[in-house]
Design a protein around this ligand. Structure first.
Ligand code: BG6
Length: 479
């Protein structure tokens, strides 16, 4: 057995989910409608999440997986008990904005929604689990999209601020770790998710996206400010869909392209971690005729209220080429990149690169020198239960083992400061990219299929016991 050096004492092992992908109960106890509810499974999904096709309500002939999802809303006690059994030190989840403010622009929050999360956080603490809360994970109230155009509108700053104030005050003492926006860089690739952007014919899409990004960045700074005011113990992080770009060859043109592509993603974290807009972004906007409405006070907020830590998701590295003849793409976390001939891929075509994880961890650490938190990593795969309902998911264990090994190297050999690691979809849930249930990440199998059939029964997979051992040995026994 290979014995690894343990991770630092107090390392936060756990798992991650998002409200819209697991809670279901989309209209329970006063919850309002959100963008994430009206995104169906099937061929129109991509056009909708990229803002090219409008779908503002449920329509005939479509199946909307988030409506019921795995119904964690009614199963959370059972699910958290299983997380507790695995020894989780933390559980990353997100708040459904429309449970707290059903329309988004109300003065008073919905008590039933607040109570739901209060109970859930208390349940976590029963098992010594520290909640790690994403304030928005791709969700935005539909009312704010229809009435104000989502994050393109500056008014969103105020609505988000109200939400944050309510959350920080109500959950003081129950929640200490907060993330402001899930995968903030996704606004460039899936702008209806999260930012609630839809585009009119002929509109300058880049201008709208960067204006909305500016609003989110300022909102994130405001959230950080309030979190610290309400409770100096609060730690606020940003969240990036990460994955280092490699040049396709050592041709300088490819290296340059890789740098450009990385900057497109790091742009967000450069602002949230360093407190100002990088020169390369200002030059890009100048070149492309993008003119943003930025107020003097925005720049002060960005400067004064940078994040305490940097969190990110990592599923794969990416490849860039400056040669237009290199076209072969590979699927990936919402945005595709050039195919890497040296890597295998998952059933969904996501390339598997454990060493890329170490490279990504080091790159982010070198760039910012702020504590890191890996809040998503995992393998989406088809699981086939045997006649007793048991899933022997050795492929998932292998994926996680290889990634934990390189994460261990990053920490113990390279000196990267890392607070914790939460695997994505620790319990099976609805895929954000495709809307499928079939694409499973969990240690816990949930009996539900792509069409919404199934008993919702929870069953431990083989990886459940494996991860339990990893956590119990603080990452030193991963065999
Ligand atoms: C990240 C998201 O993009 O990747 C999650 O933050 C998502 O919400 C995860 O589920 C995996 O992607 P997918 O498309 O396999 O669900």
């Amino acid at each position: 057995m290979t014995q690894l050096k343990p991770f630092p004492e107090g390392f936060l092992w756990g798992g991650a989910t998002a409200a819209n992908q697991c809670e279901g109960a989309y209209d329970a106890d006063g919850r309002g409608l959100a963008n994430v509810d009206v995104v169906p499974i099937g061929e129109d999904r991509e056009a909708i999440i990229t803002g090219r096709k409008k779908m503002f309500d449920f329509e005939e002939g479509y199946f909307y997986p988030a409506k019921e999802s795995i119904d964690m809303y009614h199963h959370f006690k059972e699910d958290i008990a299983l997380f507790g059994e695995m020894g989780f030190k933390t559980y990353r989840l997100s708040i459904a904005w429309t449970r707290i403010f059903p329309k988004g622009d109300e003065e008073q929050p919905n008590e039933a929604g607040l109570k739901f999360y209060e109970d859930l956080f208390k349940e976590c603490h029963k098992y010594g689990i520290e909640p790690l809360v994403t304030i928005t994970h791709f969700d935005c109230p539909m009312h704010l999209i229809e009435k104000y155009g989502g994050w393109r509108n500056r008014k969103m700053l105020g609505f988000y601020e109200n939400l944050c104030r309510v959350l920080f005050n109500r959950y003081k003492g129950l929640v200490k770790y907060w993330l402001t926006f899930n995968e903030i860089n996704m606004i460039l690739h899936a702008p209806f998710m999260g930012a609630g952007l839809c585009f009119e014919e002929g509109e300058d899409v880049e201008q709208v996206k960067y204006q909305a990004a500016h609003h989110e960045l300022v909102a994130s700074a405001i959230a950080t400010k309030i979190a610290h005011e309400v409770d100096p113990e609060n730690k606020v992080g940003c969240m990036l869909a990460a994955g280092q770009y490699y040049p396709h060859t050592c041709h300088p043109r490819d290296v340059w392209e890789g740098l450009q592509e990385d900057r497109e993603n790091y742009f967000f974290i450069d602002v949230q971690a360093r407190g100002c807009y990088p020169n390369y972004a200002k030059k890009k906007w100048e070149r492309e005729g993008i003119e943003l409405d930025i107020h003097e006070e925005d720049l002060e907020l960005l400067k004064e209220h940078t994040v305490d830590f940097i969190s990110f998701s990592y599923y794969s590295s990416r490849v860039a080429s400056g040669d237009p003849a290199v076209k072969e793409k590979t699927a990936g976390n919402i945005f595709a990149s050039i195919k890497n001939p040296y890597l295998d891929a998952s059933e969904w075509g996501w390339q598997i690169d454990p060493l890329g994880f170490r490279i990504t961890l080091n790159s982010i650490w070198d760039r910012y020198q702020k504590p890191l938190f890996v809040v998503e990593n995992g393998l989406g795969a088809v699981d086939t239960p045997d006649e007793n309902g048991y899933v022997a998911d050795d492929y998932r264990i292998a994926y996680l083992r290889e990634h934990i090994k390189t994460m261990n190297d990053a920490v113990n050999e390279d000196g990267v400061v890392l607070w914790g690691y939460t695997t994505w979809g620790c319990i099976d849930l609805v895929s954000a990219g495709t809307g499928e249930m079939k694409k499973r990440y969990g240690f816990i199998y949930v009996d539900r299929d792509n069409d919404g059939n199934g008993t919702l029964k929870r069953t431990k997979k083989k990886s459940f016991d494996w991860y339990k051992k990893v956590v119990a040995t603080n990452g030193s026994d991963i065999e």
